[in-house]
Ligand binder design. Sequence first.
Ligand code: FMN
Length: 546
Amino acid sequence: MKQDSPSRSDRLQAVFDYHQATKHRFEAFAPGPGFLDWATQPDPFRRYAGARLIPLETVAPTDEPRFDDIFTAGHMPAAVPLTLRTISQLFYDSLALSAWKSTGAARWALRVNASSGNLHPTEGYLLCGPIEGLCEQPMVCHYAAQEHALEVRAGFDRARWDSLCSGFPAHTFFIGLTSIHWREAWKYGQRAYRYCMHDAGHALGALSIAAAGLGWQARLLDAPGTDELARLLGTLQAHDAEPEEPDMLIACVPAPAVDPLPELPAAVLQSFESLDWQGQPNRLSPSHLDWGIEAFAAHVRKPHGACQYEPFAEPPQSWSPPPRAVALRRMIRQRRSAVAMDAETRLSRAVFYRMLDRTLAVPGAVPFSTLPWSSQLHLALMVHRVDDVPPGLYLLVRDPVQTVALEQVLTQADPWHKPPGCPPQLPLYCLMERDTRGAARQISCQQDIASDGCFSLAMLAGFDDPLQRYGPWFYPRLYWEAGMIGQLLYLEAEAAGIRSTGIGCFFDDPMHEVLGLTDRRFQDIYHFTVGGAVEDERLSTSPAYE
Ligand SMILES: Cc1cc2nc3c(=O)[nH]c(=O)nc-3n(C[C@H](O)[C@H](O)[C@H](O)COP(=O)(O)O)c2cc1C
């Protein structure tokens, strides 16, 4: 008997239930394995055995473009032509390995895009027409990060390509991202879906920034449904390896201005299912525990259709601080998480404000120009060591229209005031002057990195309202925006000569209590810390690719 598919309200309820059930509490962590079962540790690299492999080039970092230029409208580099070399560079600067680390017999790879627990659930795909030096026929490829190579999953005819991207600017190509939830679930259990979506957001941020370095624009195409993405990327085929859930499709346009882009025709998307898909995915673990994540992911699949997102009523503005002599691609490839902070390094007020300014979705500015929705996230900052800014709890309102709503719900705040020297355009407010080091540490699962840096922060997402308005499928999108902010802050910290770390382990409701949040209008969905790192001298580093 055919089962009725769950209604929108059932699926929305499933989102609220999942979010509630996967909160870490002082009394108990969200359900998870509680130990690491090394016998089932997932292989970090997916490969499609039997698929033809096309090596990409490794393109060493250059001094140009400057880091600050790509974030400033009017300073973006000119678009370079689409070739094997430039597509290689796009992957090299976004999803590639950045180094190998080792200690004793243990050896593991780091990547340009950060990932919770370094487990890397995100897989990348290229969908392109003919590219000089790379291919003469359109194709769908899986990106093999360890080899820095493309695995050709399917080739297809020119007519299909032309109808797929009819109306798009010349030389547009597409990048797909999928998640293998098991990689994170192996370590983190039920909460892992959140981490997968943070990681997808980090990858999206990395792609957007890498594209900008080439003078290209990246745009999330939000009209296709999840099922259509599965057909397009070839993840529908039956196999006994861990499933890949399609997350998103990004149009990369090797041109400076692109908006608005057309929709991909639904009939052409459907037709990809019948391609001759090559290669068998490898099994990442011999056995698995089911944490209910695939079942949950089904509730947040997006149906087909473009969403009419509300534009910014009051778009944020940048005060455009002067550019520094810092090379973008060096920052991208040297980005690392701090494993410990020194509890000493201080940040100047000017650099602090500059970092926060960068996280605003100023119209046309990378990376948030990649997202079709206006900012849903605000930053609750715990300032510990910033010169001439008193320690305390601060709020960066990333969409000024939300100011009144936030003032109402953050009931623990003292009267809001602008901190000293804060540029008038920066919507930053002091909520209370206090030593927040103890609270930051305790709430971030007792991790010292949250209190020993210059500042740490909680990302507060508008929750009830966007989920009710757009639908359950907006839940992962909140995390993508959070991950993008995280990837950007990682690079900002590098550019400032310090380090940072994403923090997925935090006690959700205790953070809400600090702020005085008592309902679901806003929820804390990601933490982050920025400060002076202490290097782990026991680890050796070797190049990503020999
Ligand atoms: C979503 C997310 C959550 C993370 N949570 C934590 C955390 O709670 N504690 C921590 O020490 N590091 C955390 N990290 C840092 C990762 O462990 C780190 O990114 C990973 O080991 C890869 O190292 P790399 O960032 O140097 O490439 C997190 C990273 C991400 C992206």
